[in-house]
Design a binder for this molecule. Structure first.
Ligand code: NAG
Ligand code: NAG
Ligand code: NAG
Ligand code: NAG
Ligand code: NAG
Length: 225
């Protein structure tokens, strides 16, 4: 038997290395895509997969690590615009103006960390690798070690820290609070998964089938065959 830390390193490093390696070849495409993003022809072909979640919720952590991560292996990422919205059941206490999270202030901080991660590292391969790592640590009960994710992935934590320690982090969370509150129909639990405008409710683990069904382009990935 290998030492537990070795096994863990392997488990963590493998999907990460894949993301990082893939990001090389995908980067040029993503960049082009970013430029033409407003072009309705392009936008209409990529589906939005929106995931409304909160950082310390066990069902959300399991969904992200065990299910959502597969899109980078089965090609689904090529037809999806993955949108991660870390707010979930948080709310603003009207009298104190403070954000209240289901799992307390640690969760509020982790939500903001993830909001900043998505917005600072715009490349989905990079920001998903970090969020995968954060949520893996949640499952392990070691979410306070989130800083190690930056070093294990070789990513600079400074821009993300600048974001969470500035008004930028607060603004992002306000934006996500509004988007979550405007869900129609409203979410009733987390993770709440929406394919384009269709919420898929309790069937969230089956999001691949919904995404493939909604896809109108002519280069369906392996996941859809
Ligand atoms: C968050 O709260 C839920 C119940 O609301 C609980 O099951 C879960 O263990 C909590 N997570 C952490 C990391 O404390
Ligand atoms: C909202 O904030 C007020 C003032 O700090 C506090 O007394 C109250 O318990 C809070 N309510 C909730 C639901 O957190
Ligand atoms: C906040 O966001 C703005 C606009 O994206 C950016 O120019 C600025 O550098 C950010 N500030 C911090 C402290 O991250
Ligand atoms: C996908 O989400 C973007 C916002 O990130 C929005 O502008 C666009 O209209 C959405 N596309 C679809 C097909 O829902
Ligand atoms: C997944 O969704 C598809 C289409 O929406 C449906 O046909 C299929 O039965 C679902 N599978 C499961 C396991 O729920």
């Amino acid at each position: 038997m290998g030492s537990p830390s070795l096994v863990l390193t392997f488990v963590i490093a493998c999907p990460f290395l894949l993301f990082i390696c893939q990001s090389h070849s995908v980067a040029a495409y993503d960049l082009d895509y970013g430029k033409v993003y407003e072009d309705s022809k392009v936008v209409s072909k990529k589906l939005n997969l929106s995931v409304y979640y909160e950082a310390l919720n066990p069902s959300c952590a399991t969904f992200i690590v065990k299910n959502l991560a597969r899109i980078f292996d089965n090609g689904l990422n090529t037809i999806l615009n993955l949108r991660l919205i870390p707010w979930g059941n948080a709310y603003v206490n009207k009298s104190s103006n403070a954000i209240v999270c289901q799992n307390g202030s640690d969760e509020c901080q982790l939500n903001t960390l993830q909001a900043c991660t998505v917005n600072v590292l715009r490349d989905v391969n990079k920001h998903f690798a970090l969020i995968y790592c954060f949520e893996f640590l949640v499952i392990e009960g070691r979410y306070k070690d989130w800083r190690t994710c930056f070093s294990s992935l070789g990513l600079n934590q400074k821009p993300v820290l600048n974001c969470i320690n500035s008004v930028n982090g607060t603004k992002l969370e306000q934006k996500y609070a509004i988007e979550t509150a405007q869900l129609n129909p409203p979410h009733t639990f987390v993770p709440w998964v929406v394919v384009n405008n269709q919420p898929i409710g309790k069937d969230y683990n089956n999001f691949t089938a919904y995404a493939c069904k909604a896809y109108k382009g002519n280069s369906a990935p392996i996941a859809c065959q």
